[in-house]
Design a protein around this ligand. Structure first.
Ligand code: BDR
Ligand code: CA
Length: 307
C-alpha cells in the first residue's frame, strides 16, 4: 500500500516530539512537511524545536514552515508549567543549525493541499487549530483535497486538563476549533477521553533505555520530564502520549475505537470557552474513545527504537 501523505501541524511539546519521531519511523506514512503553531510554548521556540528534533533524527530533508504566532482571537496561553521553558525540556538537544522555510505555514498548507489530488492529503494537527482554521478560511477549496483532518484535541466526557475547563488545544484557540468544525472537512478527533489511555509507563521506558541511541535518549529524557505534571495531577504512572495517538491511528486504525457524533465548542460563556461537547447543533465528527493500550505502547517503543 502507498504510504499515507501527511502534514503534521504541531507545537512541540514533548508529546508532539514523540509524534514526529513516530511519523519519521513509520513506512506507512510519508511526512511531507511540518508546520508549527504557537501553543505549548510561543513562536519561534516551537519552530526551533521542530528543527532540532528533525536534526537528531537525521531527517533535515523534511521542510519546516513557521505558522501562527498567536490564537485567532483569544490572548495567547502557553504551558511551560507542563513542558518546561523550552517546550521540550528533557530532550537535551543543541539548538538547530537548519532554518525554517521562507513561506508562511498557512500559505504552505494552502499550496500543498491545492496541488494534491482530490481527497489525498491528511492534515494532522496536534496543537491549537489556528493554522488549519486560517487555511480553511482563506481558501475553502482546500477541503476537496483533504482526505481527513486527524486532530488531537478536545474532551467529551474526560477530565479537563486546562484551567478546569477543557483540553489545552481547544482551550487555547476555541474559535479555530469552531471554524474547522463548521468547514465540512472530514474530521477525526482524539480527545483526552482516549489519549489518557496512552500512558508510557516505567516498563516501556526501561525497554527504550536499552537501545541507548540519540533518539531513544531524547525520548526517555522528555518522557521523564513530562511525566511529572500528569502524575501529580491525574495520578498516572508515566507520561501521557496524547499526540502520538494521531500518528498511531494512521499506522493501524484497529488500535482505536470510536463513534460518529455531533460535536460543538463553547464560544459564548467566558468561564467555559473552549470546552468541546456533544450537541445536536454540532458538526459530525469521528470521535475516538478507546485505545488498545498495550499494543499502542508496543508500537511506540518498536518504532522509536528503530530511528
Ligand atoms: C495537548 O496539549 C499539549 O499540552 C500537548 O502537546 C497535547 O497536544 C494535550 O492536551
Ligand atoms: Ca501538542
Amino acid at each position: 500500500m502507498n504510504p499515507r501523505s501527511i502534514i503534521l501541524d504541531t507545537d512541540p511539546g514533548q508529546d508532539d516530539a514523540l509524534a514526529i519521531f513516530l511519523a519519521l519511523a513509520s513506512p506507512e506514512i510519508e511526512l511531507r512537511s511540518i508546520v508549527t503553531v504557537a501553543g505549548n510554548v510561543p513562536q519561534p521556540l516551537v519552530t526551533e524545536n521542530a528543527l532540532a528534533l528533525l536534526e537528531v533524527a537525521g531527517r533535515t530533508d523534511v521542510p519546516v514552515y513557521r505558522g501562527a504566532d498567536r490564537p485567532l482571537i483569544r490572548e495567547q496561553y502557553t504551558a511551560e508549567y507542563v513542558h518546561g521553558d523550552t517546550g521540550i525540556d528533557g530532550a537535551g538537544l543543541p539548538p538547530p543549525t537548519a532554518q525554517p522555510q521562507e513561506l508562511h505555514g498557512v500559505h504552505h498548507l494552502i499550496e500543498a493541499c491545492l496541488s494534491a489530488p482530490a481527497k489525498s492529503i491528511t492534515l494532522c494537527p496536534v496543537g491549537p487549530l489556528t493554522n488549519i482554521a486560517l487555511a480553511l478560511a482563506t481558501e475553502p477549496a482546500i477541503v476537496d483535497h483533504i482526505r481527513e483532518v486527524v486532530w488531537m484535541g478536545g474532551s467529551i466526557a474526560g477530565a479537563p486538563n486546562t484551567q478546569g475547563v477543557g483540553e489545552f488545544n481547544s482551550y487555547v484557540d476555541p474559535h479555530a476549533v469552531h471554524i474547522v468544525l463548521q468547514s465540512g472537512v472530514p474530521l477525526t478527533m482524539f480527545p483526552l477521553d482516549v489519549t489518557h489511555q496512552a500512558i508510557l509507563g516505567p516498563d516501556a521506558l526501561d525497554r527504550l533505555r536499552r537501545y541507548d541511541t540519540p533518539v531513544t535518549r531524547c525520548c526517555v529524557g522528555m518522557s521523564e520530564f513530562y511525566a511529572h505534571h500528569d502524575e501529580d495531577r491525574f495520578g498516572f504512572e508515566g507520561a501521557v502520549m496524547h499526540d502520538p495517538c494521531v500518528i498511531a491511528y494512521l499506522i493501524d486504525p484497529t488500535l482505536f475505537e470510536g463513534r460518529r457524533m455531533r460535536v460543538a465548542v463553547e464560544l459564548a460563556d467566558p468561564d467555559l470557552l473552549g470546552r468541546t461537547y456533544a450537541s445536536s447543533h454540532g458538526a459530525e465528527v469521528l470521535v475516538m474513545f478507546e485505545a488498545d493500550s498495550d499494543r499502542l505502547i508496543d508500537l511506540f517503543v518498536d518504532r522509536w527504537s528503530s530511528l
